[in-house]
Design a protein around this ligand. Structure first.
Ligand code: DC
Length: 206
């Protein structure tokens, strides 16, 4: 079974996807971390090919065997990730790897194009949103940066992620939209897990 969780930055995707994966006993796939690894590699060597990168996903994120879990969260990498994510060649390589992973087992996969492009047949698609100010506030709290700065950068990235030609950020027609403003992580997770249970009941697989 695949649960696809898409939405803009700061909507709570990572925390919710991680929490749901744990609650359901599914594997968590952070596709944003893959784009961030490409971005980090490109900042070090602008000519490096995405297909040559060895990316290890798990508790820690590895790039060519090196632990980059913290490095890929730096603001300069966040900026660059939104740029490399618009590159069709990079997207093709990442899409192939993501589909190969999702081919077997139970997953909660998080990103921007999981429900629309990577796993259009996912059993459950959730599109998480939140008020832009609330999203910026959450990110500022996580990173310790001024909220106004985060808000301005977020608006720029939202625009870039939403208007790029390849796999722009948008909700799949059959996604359930969930506004997380004012909800706790536990409340959002409970709703997603309840939706998974409903789907399983409907398919008679419990
Ligand atoms: O979710 P995140 O902030 O870690 O994502 C980093 C960047 O990668 C962000 O600009 C959006 C992009 N991204 C994407 O285009 N497609 C995905 N499936 C995941 C992330």
């Amino acid at each position: 079974m695949i649960v696809a969780i898409d939405g803009p930055a700061g909507a709570g995707k990572s925390t919710v996807a991680r929490g749901c994966a744990e609650a359901l006993g599914f594997t968590y796939l952070d596709t944003g971390a893959m784009y961030r690894c490409v971005a980090l590699a490109r900042l070090e060597d602008p000519s490096c090919a995405a297909s040559s990168l060895e990316i290890g996903l798990g508790e820690r994120i590895l790039l060519g065997g090196e632990d980059v879990t913290e490095a890929i969260r730096e603001p300069r990498v966040t900026e660059e990730a939104s740029r490399v994510a618009a590159d069709p060649e990079v997207r093709a390589v990442m899409a192939e790897r993501q589909r190969a992973l999702l081919a077997a087992g139970d997953w909660v996969a998080e990103g921007r194009d999981i429900g629309t492009v990577i796993a259009p047949d996912a059993e459950l698609k959730v599109f998480l949103t939140a008020d832009p100010k609330e999203r910026a506030r959450r990110r500022a709290e996580q990173t310790g940066r001024p909220v106004e700065e985060v808000f301005a950068e977020q608006a720029e990235r939202d625009a870039r992620d939403g208007r790029r030609a390849h796999s722009p950020l948008r909700a799949a027609d059959d996604a359930v939209e969930l506004d997380t403003s004012g909800l706790t992580v536990a409340e959002v997770c409970d709703r997603v897990v309840a939706m998974v249970d409903e789907r399983r009941d409907a398919e008679g697989c419990r």
